[in-house]
Write a protein that binds this ligand. Structure first.
Ligand SMILES: Nc1ncnc2c1ncn2[C@@H]1O[C@H](COP(=O)(O)OP(=O)(O)OP(=O)(O)O)[C@@H](O)[C@H]1O
Ligand SMILES: [Mg+2]
Length: 357
């Protein structure tokens, strides 16, 4: 094998897929570099698992092609691709114990006994399951099964690892721990990882780049900070960071641009858009102040305590949707339901995207 053949780079070109005439993936173009950690993020049913299965070779796409390490994968069966997949619903051999489940692929590869024992031990440590070697798969909890499935994929040390919501069955505390572990394992193995989640927090924390999916298409592909700070579509803005997205009208340009939002003129940053636009406001960039302050009048319709602060839902006259605001607690009591307040934000915090009428 040449050096190039061992690389885990991955190209997806013009991939589309239909199940029973129903298109669920369209125009997917994707270049993933060797060693990169790319996350597919999107709501349920947007095609994330389907694309992962296309890459793994479980599905022949209706159109387009996939190459791995510079080789076209058309007609290459899944077990001959340099790829391992952790499935959304883990499938372990129910009556084999944990050790044998993890060791399975290594036994198929006829590795020496000592190496198998060593690598299985390494993988079980990684997923925090040492001591479970002799437990049968049917005797595990859902989260434990997920971790064994993860160990089974990691133990093979593939060049390309595809992970379909591998942490979804775990509780938040273990999930946060596992995130740190996954980052470390990714760094240490240097492999290419394609990771699927619908949890935006997880995507932001783990990825080199995130592909935001909407209805079978990629809306935006960029690094986490760009996705968060400069979303390119209203969907990406609303899905990542739970932003407020309101239709507005833009007037003026550059520093003097103003947005008309319902009945109010509101400040926005350096926007190049004129006419119909979307105004994107992150909940944490909104200030909620007493009625006497400057800003847009609003009425408190809901308030929830979330430990580090309060989450408000506010009615702004002329807007169909409530405005979400997250403010730090600072030992103050929140405004009560029905309070008349003002909402405000800095120019820089307002993101403007063009809107087609
Ligand atoms: N085997 C199948 N036959 C027919 N339709 C399917 C099949 N598998 C998935 N679909 C449909 O294709 C679309 C995309 O499914 P997919 O499993 O790729 O979504 P997903 O993004 O992984 O969703 P989730 O987050 O719920 O796992 C959905 O509308 C789904 O109902
Ligand atoms: Mg899925």
């Amino acid at each position: 094998m040449s050096a190039e053949d061992r690389s885990g780079g991955l190209q997806v070109r013009g991939v589309g897929h239909a199940y029973d005439e129903q298109m669920v993936l369209r125009d997917i173009d994707l270049d993933i570099a060797d060693g990169e950690f790319v996350t597919f993020l999107g709501p349920s049913g947007c095609g994330k698992t389907t694309l992962l299965r296309v890459i793994a070779g479980f599905i022949e796409p209706t159109m387009g092609s996939v190459s791995i390490a510079g080789q076209d994968m058309a007609g290459v069966s899944s077990h001959r691709r340099p790829v391992n997949m952790v499935f959304q619903r883990p499938t372990l051999f129910p009556h084999l114990d944990v050790f044998e489940n993890v060791a399975f692929g290594l036994r198929v590869d006829r590795l020496p006994k000592e190496e198998i024992a060593e690598r299985v031990g390494w993988a079980l440590d990684l997923v925090r399951m040492p001591g479970y070697e002799r437990r049968r798969a049917v005797e595990l909890s859902g989260g434990q099964m997920q971790r064994v499935a993860l160990a089974r994929a990691l133990v093979k040390q593939p060049r390309v690892l595809l992970l379909d919501e591998p942490l979804s069955a775990l509780d938040l505390k273990i999930r946060l721990e596992m995130e740190g572990e996954l980052r470390r394992v990714h760094r240490e193995t240097g492999a290419t990882w394609v990771y699927v989640t619908h949890d935006q927090r997880e995507a932001l924390a783990l990825s080199d780049r995130i592909a935001v999916f909407e209805h079978g298409r990629i809306d935006q592909l960029a690094d986490p900070m760009t996705i968060y700070r400069r979303p390119s579509t209203p969907f990406a803005a609303g899905f990542v960071g739970n932003a407020n997205v309101f239709p507005c009208e833009m007037h003026g340009t550059g520093d003097s641009s103003v947005a008309r939002l319902a009945d109010a003129e509101v400040p926005v940053g350096n926007a190049d858009v004129n006419g119909p636009a979307w105004l994107v406001l992150r909940p944490e960039s909104i200030r909620v102040e007493a009625k006497s302050a400057d800003g847009v009048p609003a009425t408190v319709r809901d308030v929830a305590f979330r430990g580090t602060g309060f989450t408000y839902r506010l009615e702004v006259s002329g807007l169909d949707d409530l405005l979400k605001a997250e403010v730090a607690a600072e030992e103050e009591l929140p405004f009560e339901l029905g309070s008349e307040v003002r909402v405000a934000w800095s120019r820089e915090a307002a993101i403007v995207l063009p809107r087609e009428e």
